[in-house]
Design a binder for this molecule. Structure first.
Ligand code: OGA
Ligand code: MN
Length: 210
């Protein structure tokens, strides 16, 4: 599994395929995200997503709501996901010399019709660090784990990744059990609006800025 992902990242910068997370883990994450969505006073409620650390929410850019995972997992699925992602992080470092130090993860909930316009995941210096006192870090690998059962082709919500030369588009249905990993600095991408709610766990592997 790791080998397949590493080979794809090394060859093309993108992996789209089977998730490193088990079906149980995906279902547990999905249940937790739905719980966060309906919770009235959760300490960890979903918040309208921002387009940078400083920015207020910007619905003209992105219409999703997000909730960061804390370092302390709040259930079995989160702890399994964090372990699996940590193992992938170590495998990337060993094979690709990526120097990843940590992975930040958030749940994302796109209501019907929500989108995220074309963007790059790598921000300018230090914006990837959530804590202002942390040393500057940058996003090396972007990860998305989709949490939607039985997504149909005509329901929209595709992730569209653009090649550096803009010639090729890679389109991904946000299907439960599918994961995407790509080099953050390399691929502009967008999320198309969908006719149903679109759920994911999204993350970024961070390395110290050199
Ligand atoms: C993001 C993003 C892609 C997706 O959150 O930065 O691009 O498919 N997500 O949800
Ligand atoms: Mn993105």
């Amino acid at each position: 599994m790791h080998e397949k992902i590493i080979d794809a990242i090394a060859a093309t910068g993108i992996y789209v395929g089977e998730s490193i997370l088990s079906a149980d883990t995906n279902n547990g994450l999905r249940a937790e995200l739905l719980k966060l969505h309906t919770a009235q006073n959760a300490t960890r409620a979903l918040q309208p997503a921002k387009v940078s650390e400083q920015a207020i929410s910007a619905p003209e850019w992105r219409g999703d709501s997000t909730a960061w995972l804390s370092d302390a997992p709040s259930n079995k699925a989160e702890s399994a996901a964090m372990l699996a992602i940590k193992a992938l992080q170590l495998a990337f470092n060993a094979a690709l010399f990526t120097g990843i130090q940590q992975t930040q993860l958030h749940y994302a909930h796109y209501p019907i019709g929500a989108f995220y316009k074309r963007h790059l995941d790598r921000f300018a210096t230090s914006q990837a660090s959530r804590g202002k006192t942390e040393p500057a870090s940058c996003r090396v690998i972007s990860l998305v784990f989709y949490l939607n059962a039985d997504w149909l082709q005509n329901e929209g919500g595709e992730l569209v990744l653009y090649d550096a030369d803009e010639q090729r588009q890679i389109r991904v249905l946000p299907q439960l059990g599918t994961m995407v990993a790509f080099r953050s600095e390399q691929f502009p991408h967008e999320v198309l609006p969908a006719i149903r709610t679109r759920l994911s766990l999204t993350g970024w592997m961070l390395a110290a800025q050199s």
